[in-house]
Write a protein that binds this ligand. Sequence first.
Ligand code: CA
Length: 487
Amino acid sequence: MQTSIHRITWVFWLMAVLLLTSVWGCPPVELTLENTTESSTETNQEKTTEPSSELIAESQESTSQEPTSQEPTSQEPTPQDSAAEPSVSETTQEASPADAAENTPEATAEPQPEPQIEQQPEATRRVLKVGIQQALKKPSDAAKIAQDNDIIEIAVGLYPGDVAIWRANNLTIRAKGSSRAHLFADGQSAERKAIWVIKGNNTTVEGIEFSGAKVADKNGAGIRQEGEGLTVRNCHFHDNENGILAGNSPQSTILIEYSIFERNGAGDGQSHNLYINGIKHLIFQHNLSRLAKIGHNLKSRAARTDILYSRLMDESTGDSSYIADFSNGGVVVMIGNVLQQGPKAQNRTMLSYAAEGFKHTTNEVFLVNNTAVNQRQAGGTFIRLANAPTQMVALNNLLQAFGTTGLPQAQTGWDFRNNIETTDAKLVSLTNYNYHLQTAAPARNSGVTPGSGAGMSLVPQYEYLDPAKRTNRMTQGTIDVGAYEAP
Ligand SMILES: [Ca+2]
């Protein structure tokens, strides 16, 4: 008797709940479950229908045929951000570890070519916490349920064998804690491509260490970027087949700053510390890229590539092919970098331009206040122009030990001034790669004030500060030649 009364009561309450649910809609918890299910279904479908390495592949690496056009570009709708919200460049100033000691760089009114990826104010964004203390134990747990505009905070520590596909837009994925969260591939990969495959647009990744990515086609990457728009800040990519591998995406801007790339490369010459395919704009600033294995320390097929205030070096043991390769030409801006070609470099060329022919409408080169040292005994060429750009500007570059193969012969209309090519630039230390100037260095006060080009001021604002930081460049009399102003 009591049992059947309980049953009737229970049925009554169940009906009441069903009625309320149909009036007011599903409770939030069911939404989450739905998304999770949908997301994992997608994953499975993709895994079965998408070939593991549809893109890029460097099979065409050294040929002049059109490479890499089959990468699907991002088709996601544009995110619905409000125009009034803070841009990523503002966030940059807050988040960078190097900025605390700086004066305000904005005072120089430089049109820094940074991407304007707009994000919602942080307070309005959902935060997913990841870590052994949390419900979400691993980054991949968060990736399965992440929705547009989420912030994913990953407790620092080691996450071996955890790989993920990020599909939502406007994600900020960052380490929580005083060091980096380390994602060691440990034999695993997402879609047989990478530790993280990023398919969403406008993703920001901060404070993550990626290592050990290896896959069957030897293009295993720390990050495989397939969406449109990416910011990578304060990350470390090492001992992968590629640090970052980005597919063709003609409207995409990628900003990489305060990050370290080392010992990436499968050793086949077709995988690199970082390999950016046909995007709109790559901005690589305040980074360290060293010891790429047989491949390049940086390879870009972007319509425009800015390499600013960074250190790219083979050092004594590195056997990279090029320090930087701009295979399809485009606009290249290099300001304030320290570059070194080591004794074990595979190729005599340090910078290679348009070796696979032009692919973009504007092809111009701007080299300003860089310091480059060749230590390859068999000789080194500072820059090889396989196809000549329509405009080239080379000002205040300091080149040591390139012999007769430093800068190329300037063509009519090109602007080559105040470059110093010497066997001994009197740098502070070659063995420690400290390219500041000695007191007697001829580069002191020997420069010319750079004007503007590529839509920006070419005047150097910063200096590279080891490792992967920056400091303001002082003004001290006439501008010095090279990447550092002497006090
Ligand atoms: Ca000076």
